[in-house]
Structure formats: C-alpha cells, structure tokens
Design a protein around this ligand. Structure first.
Ligand SMILES: [Ca+2]
Ligand SMILES: [Ca+2]
Length: 254
C-alpha cells in the first residue's frame, strides 16, 4: 500500500492534463484513420482475381493485374508430325525410312520415361532397337510417378494436373541401330500458369544399347550399356543436322 497526497489544486491540474492528453490521443488516432482511408481511396478499389482495369481517365492507361489462379487440371492435345523424307534429308534417308508407334506418358518428375545421361530402361531399348512398345508401356504403367500412358497414332489428348504436368514421348527411327526421337519431361505448367501452345522439333537420341554406326547396320548389342546421348554416330549426326525428323505441338484444349 502507498498513499498519494495532493491538494485540490494539484488534483484539478492533473485532471486537466489527463483530459488534454486523451484529446490529443483521440485526434492522433483520427488522423491516422483519415490517412489510411485517404490511401485506400488513392489506391482505388481492392482487386482480386483476374481482370483488366482501366485507371482513372486522367491517367489514360490500362493496368494489367495478375491473371486468375490456374485451374488444378488441364487437357492438352499432343500432335506429332514426322518429317523424314528425301526432301528433308537428301542423301541420308535410308530406304523404307519410318518410325514406330509413338509412346506418350504424363508424369511428375522430369526423367520418368528417359533422360540423357542415364541408362535406358529395357522398354526404351526395345522401342529404340525394334520398335516394340509393350515393354515400355508396361514399365510406365507400373511407375507410380506416371499418371497416363498411351501408344500409337500421331495425336494424343492427355489430362494433366499441376503436380503431374510433364509429358514425354518417344518413337523409333527405323531402320537404325538404337536411334530414336522424342522429348522428355516437357512442362505444361510454368510459373503458376498452364502454357497455351508450343511447337518444337523432336529431340534426337541414341539409346546407348546398340553399337551400329549406320542406319542399316546389323545388330551389335552394346556391352556394357552406355548412357542415353545425342546423335554421336556420324551418320545419325549428319542426318539430324539437315533438319529435325519431326515436330510436336502441345496445345491446351481444356
Ligand atoms: Ca548406339
Ligand atoms: Ca541392345
């Protein structure tokens, strides 16, 4: 316990001080509130989601705000165009040049089907050397990272999700030792948005599983197996340098 003693005059003075301080504080709060309100008016209305808003007429410009959040899933059409003819590859085209049935997969991690610098799976070897797709399809179907697999045809409609948005595709070049074309782990969800459409040349790969050096070389199994690479053999490199063996277009359709 303690006691404060003061005169009536001192008490009145203290009360006046308190009232003045309180009034000042209220004024300060009111001032801050006014400042916030003024800022909000200056900034304009709150904007959420995607929109193109027109700034006040005296500014005379359009302001592009962020696009809306992307949908969780999307659908793409993947179209393969093979362009391997005597016109595109004069002097290097083998007789009966053709490709195998393409195999396509949707997956999460980039190298789920194949990757340069890694060893080809048995399925990639069978596809690249003999055009057999069943082994590769089986591998992909048993891979928990893969959400969609298809083979055959030149056009595929595939569903992707934000965390399962990569597409890979391969097809054999024939005749050839173990050479194939395609692409690995192409992303459809980039910087928080679905891509609309993209066209690019098919990549050129050596599976590292056969040592033949010409399109029509006899079988020569590579032991030990080598990593997947680009076209190391001169015949393959020369043909690849002339033109792409084909292109692929990936277009969002839903
Ligand atoms: Ca090879
Ligand atoms: Ca082989």
């Amino acid at each position: 316990m303690f006691t404060i003693s003061c005169s009536a005059t001192e008490m009145r003075f203290a009360t006046v001080q308190f009232v003045i301080r309180r009034a000042l504080t209220t004024a300060a709060v009111a001032s801050i509130g006014l400042a916030v309100a003024t800022s909000a008016i200056a900034m304009g209305p709150m904007i959420s989601g995607g929109a193109t808003v027109t700034a006040p007429a005296d500014r005379g410009t359009q302001v592009q705000v962020n696009p809306p959040p992307a949908t969780p899933t999307a659908r793409y059409r993947v179209t393969v165009n093979i362009d391997w003819t005597s016109s595109t590859h004069p002097g290097t085209l083998p007789s009966n040049a053709h490709v195998s049935a393409p195999v396509i997969a949707v997956h999460a991690t980039p190298g789920a089907m194949f990757a340069v610098g890694t060893q080809a799976s048995s399925g990639i070897e069978a596809m690249a050397e003999r055009g057999i797709t069943s082994t590769l399809v089986g591998e992909l179907n048993s891979n928990v990272d893969v959400t969609h697999v298809a083979a055959g045809g030149r056009s595929f409609d595939v569903d992707v999700a934000q965390f399962d948005h990569r597409i890979s595709l391969v097809t054999m070049l024939a005749p050839s030792p173990d050479w194939f074309v395609g692409f690995a782990g192409r992303a459809t969800f980039v910087d928080g948005q679905w891509i609309e459409s993209v066209t690019f040349p098919l990549g050129n790969y050596d599976a590292g599983t056969d040592s033949g050096s010409a399109f029509t070389s006899p079988n020569a199994n590579t032991q030990p197996q080598q990593p997947i690479s680009g076209p190391d053999d001169a015949a393959f490199a020369a043909a690849a340098a002339q033109n792409p063996f084909g292109t692929v277009t990936i277009t969002k359709i839903g």
